[in-house]
Design a protein around this ligand. Structure first.
Ligand code: UD1
Ligand code: MG
Length: 473
């Protein structure tokens, strides 16, 4: 590999990501590169990959929906070296890269990526940069049985001579199955010279980046193709159908890699991971589950069908029954060892369940700690609460945590039993081992060990006669 004369290191890499195109075929007001694959904007996949290369600078070329795209990526400096260049109007891929030129130093290798090709892998890009070696033009290519629409790689013998766009190609050229992926690596100084010489005399009246290949050849610079076999890495998104197809293919790969690590999926075709899912051994996941953000499932965890689980840690042996929604957002959710949650349960940010806790159907828990062995099995709300060990929280009972302005905390000490249909008006504390009679509205702290009842006394009126209907006149 060519090295910098002074430092002996390979030249630094600067990435240009083209993301100014309209994406007409998405038929959407959302810029194409902000449509989501596996829960993340297309553009963010590319940016993450670029970051993992430790590029010196990354310039995103925006145009259509530029404000929205730049805001979605956090604006300039959101990561070290992230910059934006505007392309207005959009006159082609060559014109797009021209906009980034003022931000690029002469001494590096420029790696050109597309914001709508989300699954390109860092290893592939490293190999492409190595093929460029600071002194060659390196093109990422692939063979497609049906190359319709793509730029074709033209060779004489083995030597790459040019890329011809489908619309400009002759029938003989269209028969070529090796296509250009839209991704290249080039020495910055040479690339700048070629871009300055581009014209738009072609079938689409655009400034084609691909015309730099002919220029490199005529300058006597070597052009190399790095050819890969994996079509998903270079799949571009142009329509909702392509987006859905790539989503399924990507999800199937995620499912396969989970199964390779021993996760038992009831059906790999019915799993959606939109973030990072880590699993211990002997994890079982039933059909139609969605995992978002960071989710950790420890050894022996079982997830029932139709659960949506986001930003959460589920400890060893816990069972999440069908139709449960867990969303930790920023505060996170923890489900303790051997706990049982669901069916139809809802755990919200800050729910911290200890070992052996049971949360049953139609129970909502938010910003609440339940110590080991606590149970709320039916139709309950525990919000802003600290619940002690072995507490039993009855059906239909709630913590009234909100006075219309502020949130207050409810403390239920260990071994307390809260009957059915109680309202605990916070701030309030239920004493250890105490019992709250069903139907009570508790507004004052209750003593440990006592039975507290706060409801109208039951009365019976002997011989009571119900009113009778008056006869109609
Ligand atoms: C391009 C290549 C083609 C290759 C194909 C692979 C050119 C001329 N052709 O064609 O050889 O086979 O990709 O998918 O480069 N963009 C801008 N500004 C513009 C135009 C495009 O930023 O003015 C961006 C788009 O948003 C997109 C990328 O560049 O992210 C590629 O543009 P697109 O129009 O899809 O190029 P293709 O015609 O597919
Ligand atoms: Mg395209």
């Amino acid at each position: 590999m060519a090295t910098d004369n002074l430092t002996g290191l390979p030249p630094p890499v600067d990435v240009v990501i083209m993301a100014a195109g309209k994406g007409t075929r998405m038929m959407s007001s959302l810029p194409k590169v902000l449509h989501r694959l596996a829960g993340l904007p297309l553009m963010s996949h590319v940016l993450q990959t670029a970051r993992s290369l430790q590029a010196r600078n990354t310039v995103v070329v925006t145009g259509h929906g530029a404000d929205a795209v730049e805001a979605a990526l956090g604006g300039p400096g959101a990561h070290p070296g992230l910059q934006f260049a505007r392309q207005m109007p959009q006159l082609g891929t060559g014109h797009a890269v021209q906009q980034a030129i003022p931000l690029l130093a002469d001494d590096g290798v420029v790696l050109v990526l597309s914001g709508d090709v989300p699954l390109i892998q860092a290893d592939t890009l490293r190999a492409l940069v190595a093929a460029c070696a600071g002194q060659r033009l390196a093109l990422l290519t692939i063979h497609f049985a049906d190359p319709t629409g793509y730029g074709r790689v033209l060779r004489t013998g083995n030597a790459v001579q040019a890329i011809v766009e489908h619309k400009d190609a002759s029938d003989a050229q269209r028969a070529v199955t090796e296509i250009y992926s839209g991704i290249m690596a080039a020495p910055a100084r040479a690339l700048k010279g070629w871009l300055a010489r581009l014209d738009n005399r072609n079938a689409q009246g655009e400034f084609y980046l691909t015309d730099v290949v002919r220029m490199a050849v005529s300058d006597g610079l070597e052009v190399v193709a790095h050819t890969i076999a994996d079509p998903l890495q270079v799949a571009g998104i142009n329509s909702p159908a392509q987006l859905a197809e790539l989503e399924r293919a990507h999800q199937m790969r995620i499912a396969q890699s989970l199964m390779e690590r021993g996760v038992r999926l009831q059906d790999p075709a019915r799993l959606d991971v939109r973030g990072k899912l880590e699993c211990g051994s002997d994890v079982e996941i039933d059909v139609n589950c969605v995992f978002e953000g960071r989710v950790h499932l420890a050894d022996g965890v079982k997830i029932g069908a139709n659960c949506v689980i986001s930003n959460c840690v589920i400890e060893r042996g816990a069972v999440i029954q069908p139709f449960t929604h867990i969303d930790g957002e920023k505060a996170g959710v923890t489900v303790g060892e051997n706990a049982r949650v669901g069916p139809f349960a809802r755990l919200r940010p800050g729910a911290q369940l200890g070992a052996d806790v049971h949360i049953g159907n139609f129970v909502e828990v938010k910003n609440a700690t339940l110590a080991a062995g606590a149970k709320a099995n039916h139709l309950a709300y525990l919000g802003d609460a600290s619940v002690g060990e072995r507490v039993n929280f009855g059906a239909g009972s709630i913590t009234a945590n909100y006075d219309g302005v502020n949130k207050h905390r409810t403390v239920i000490k260990a071994d307390a039993q809260v009957g059915s249909n109680c309202v605990l008006v916070a701030p309030v504390t239920v004493g250890a081992g105490g019992t709250i009679g069903g139907g009570s509205t508790i507004t004052k702290d209750t003593p440990a060990g006592a039975l507290t009842v706060a409801r109208g006394k039951q009365v019976s009126v002997a011989g009571w006669k119900r009113p009778v209907k008056k006869p109609q006149p």
